[in-house]
Design a protein around this ligand. Structure first.
Ligand code: MLT
Ligand code: MN
Ligand code: ZN
Length: 296
């Protein structure tokens, strides 16, 4: 299995267009690597590729990745579809960029499919796609020899959803376990994690690589208004550090390749020279640039 990290920043990207913080200024000055919004691509056979989420930066990301270029026919594409973990704007806005492609298959949890109904109706006027339930019993198999299961990891509802939206109950946020039948390699893709669970721990224990939510380094990163108690409701992302942080959780899985992604523009991990980066590296956990490729 090959995995390309198309983008590694949280919503807004890095630098964020309307942020003048020191980190964003350093990225604008070329002193820190810029990052596009979180999105990845995966293949089992090198010919059939699947997107993991669809970021608003998708067009730029596809153009920067030769494996995803079209051809040999004038409209042929190696892209077969998209696996959505959640319905956040930074994970679904790129779907509309794909409206020129016919026959894509989009997997998503029932909550996400329901809330995207207007987007689906709009896309139906451009093209013919198949929408499938990612949480269906037994998981699903993707062209290219990948076996996938989805797992609930959060209940955060996107801000754009009206408070009393009728429809399926939680989960709103999921992670994917993706196994390559040929190599036996297992990827756990969890760019949004609102709650750590024994089930997620088990998934990590049996993975070769975990791509994990690294949105915030500390739970007060957005300012004192957002404190631990209100943390999950406020942001839906576990912080890296602290007693309930993800670093302590994944420190238990030493043999697994662990990579933080979906970094917010406030996160000191964006600076390779920061003490935060040194701390995470000490635990054997990686932060990789956009475009990085993994083989499992
Ligand atoms: C998130 O990951 O929590 C969202 O992308 C935040 C947002 O609305 O940008
Ligand atoms: Mn996000
Ligand atoms: Zn900033």
């Amino acid at each position: 299995m090959r995995v390309v990290l198309l983008g590694t920043a949280a919503g807004g990207g890095f630098p964020q267009w309307n942020c003048a913080c020191a980190l964003c200024a350093a990225a604008r000055a070329g002193e820190l690597p810029s990052r596009t919004q979180e999105c990845a691509a995966v293949t089992g056979n090198g010919r059939d590729w699947w997107l993991l989420n669809a970021s608003p930066d998708l067009r730029t990301q596809l153009i920067a990745t030769p494996a995803l270029w079209p051809g040999p026919g004038p409209r042929a594409t190696p892209l077969r579809g998209v696996l959505l973990t959640d319905a956040e704007a930074d994970h679904v806005a790129g779907l509309t960029e794909l409206r020129g492609a016919v026959g894509l298959k989009v997997y998503a949890p029932p909550t996400v499919r329901a809330v995207l109904a207007p987007v689906r109706a709009a896309l139906d006027r451009y093209t013919t796609w198949e929408w499938a339930d990612s949480l269906g019993d037994g998981g699903f198999v993707l062209a290219g020899g990948l076996v996938v299961t989805a797992h609930p990891v959060g209940v955060k509802i996107p801000k754009y959803v009206p408070a009393q939206v009728p429809g399926p109950a939680a989960p709103w946020v999921t992670a994917y376990r993706i196994e390559d039948l040929a190599s036996g390699g297992v990827l756990v893709y969890a760019p949004c994690v609102g709650a750590w669970s024994p089930a997620l721990d088990e998934l990590c224990a049996e993975a070769d690589c975990v791509l994990l939510d690294g949105t915030f380094y500390a739970d007060d990163e957005l300012g004192t208004a957002v404190r631990s108690g209100a943390w999950q409701g406020a942001t839906g992302h576990l912080p890296v550090t602290g007693p309930d942080g993800t670093l302590a959780a994944i420190a238990r899985h030493l043999g697994v390749r662990r990579i933080y992604t979906h970094l917010n523009n406030t996160n000191p991990l964006l600076d390779p020279a920061s003490p935060a980066r040194a701390r995470v590296a000490e635990e054997g956990v990686e932060v990789l640039p956009d475009g990085a490729e993994l083989v499992l």
